[in-house]
Design a binder for this molecule. Sequence first.
Ligand code: PSV
Ligand code: MN
Length: 413
Amino acid sequence: MWADIVSERYDLLGKELERKGIDIEEVKRKVAEFKVEVPSWAFGAFGGGRFSGYTPPGAARDIFEKIDDAALVNRLTDASPRIGIHVGLDNPDETAPDEIKMESFKRIRDYADKQGLKIGSVSPTYFMEGSQFGSLSANDSETRKRFIEHTLISAEIASKYAIGLLTLWLPDGSLYPGQVNMREAERNVKASLMEIYEKTPSSVRMLIEYKLFEPGTYHTVISDYCVACDLARLLGDRAGVLVDMGHHAHGVNVEHIIARLIESGMRCGIHFNSRYVADDDHAVEPNMQIFRVFHELTSGGVIGNADTQRNWDYMIDQCSPLENRIQAILHSIDSLMVSYAKALIVDEESLRRYQMKNEIILANRVLIDAFLTDVRPIIWMVRIEKRLPLDPINAYAKSGYQEKIERERMEQR
Ligand code: PSV
Ligand code: MN
């Protein structure tokens, strides 16, 4: 019954798109191939600190349970074959940060393998004990050395047990004018990153993430994409910028930042989320901003290429304290697929024509037309053909998995 309705709506949409010269089958093929990485920390307790430490029931207690959850998400969507890990938070030995053993992460890789997942990006954990006055930028050379070592171990993990991608977010900054010498902090970060870059295996790429503030409310060492971009350039071809949707001031034109980075030729990455607070905690919604971001990615040729070296890295980074974590991740994946499909049905020819004629409103309406089109029949058709549930969020709610993990994970470890 549903399949008939979907098929009718798909055919109708196909006819509508044909008039714009767009082949719906081609769009469907690209959407079917869309993959995004999920973050291990979304499934666990991390980020639950804001409401008296509340964590939604059923939260994963260790990296193995996080992998279980991520594998379920992938089974429901066939769109998330990678899980990103945080070295300090996902250390399987649960030893002190300075005692992390690289070889222990083999167990994680093997466990993920069995569930059809790969370990994706590897994030060193710079916000562990001892970084309250900075990590790679700290005045204290011993502190810098310690975090350089931690990064080098993370790089080896990335190279041996994951896909060779390091994602670097530093909590370094200051709370008051005068607290740190801002130029010196920048010099320290540069020197630390250069040492790391030189010593990391040549198969490892690194993405440098920026964030407007946190925890430095007066100054943050890597505060915006220009700083991150300068650092990446200083390092070399294996370095790029990581754009986290939630790390800007309200109203910032993030798609412009993405357009500039594409134009620079640098291979970069995105952490997807919705910015409803001054952070990156909320699930992705299929809103106009995400659509515009996807339009830059599709028209800029950094997504969906057969030559995967040309593709950027796409990751979800969210960890909201209140809502059901697994549902929130499934919702994000769904929103990303919808937004990607909308970007793929933009009538690029007309857009170009209106741009060249300075037809501002007409050009704008080309984008609006794609954004307002209900592309869900494409997503549904992809799922029908892959024998997946049409609505993964509903399917999850009915699956009994949530009740099971709530029972099994009652006891906090
Ligand atoms: C810290 O603010 C952060 O939210 C960054 O976005 C990182 O990517 C993420 O946590 C994981 O460390
Ligand atoms: Mn992030």
